[in-house]
Design a protein around this ligand. Structure first.
Ligand SMILES: [Mg+2]
Ligand SMILES: [Zn+2]
Length: 195
């Protein structure tokens, strides 16, 4: 078998408004709420052979609303809930930056803030991911756009979170492969591709 076969496809997942309810700038672990469809969708995708990677902009760090350890704890908390339900995320990647933040260390123009491809590229190197067979799912056009900047197969907009208002305001040059009601509909569609 060729060496390339070691690379797996992935589904890159936005966090707030896609996997969990969008609580604004989430700053309290008690406000983490998985959508009802999230666990089943992740299980279906994992069974379909996709690595599952969270890609999230957390500019609240640059804005001084919470710190990096809080984001790490948030992801540990999410992962514990998922594992207890028989699902799991393979990697969590966040951008802590904002071009006009208040915390000097994180106030910068960066390449990892979505729609930049930096987080996807980091995950692809860490987790042996074939980007050309991978997808991005999110509730904002900046998520869908990652599919283009990172060279993925396509991007999916979900109508949870900000998705309905995004759908009402299409953006030039950003074309989703699918607009789905939620992550489960997106997952079911992805499994039908290539069959
Ligand atoms: Mg979102
Ligand atoms: Zn960044």
């Amino acid at each position: 078998m060729p060496a390339m076969s070691a690379l797996a496809p992935a589904v890159f997942l936005d966090r707030d408004g896609t996997l969990i309810e969008d609580a604004g700038y989430l700053d309290d672990l008690k406000r983490i709420a998985l959508y009802p469809a999230t666990v089943d969708a992740l299980r279906v995708l994992a069974r379909g052979g996709f690595r599952l990677v969270v890609i999230t902009n957390q500019s609240g760090i640059a804005l001084g609303l919470f710190d990096e350890p809080f984001v790490t704890r948030t992801h540990e908390h999410m992962q514990a809930q998922l594992v207890a339900a028989g699902a799991a995320i393979d990697g969590y990647y966040y951008c802590p930056h904002h071009p006009s933040g208040r915390v000097a260390d994180f106030t910068q123009v960066c390449t990892c803030r979505k729609p930049g491809a930096g987080l996807v590229q980091r995950a692809a190197a860490d987790l042996q991911i074939d980007l050309s067979r991978s997808w991005m799912i999110g509730d904002r056009w900046s998520d869908v756009q990652v599919a283009t900047t990172a060279g993925l197969a396509g991007g999916i907009l979900v109508r949870t979170g900000s998705g309905r208002s995004a759908e009402a305001k299409p953006v030039d040059d950003v074309t989703p492969a699918l607009i789905a009601d939620d992550i489960m509909e997106a997952a079911a569609w992805l499994l039908r591709q290539g069959r």
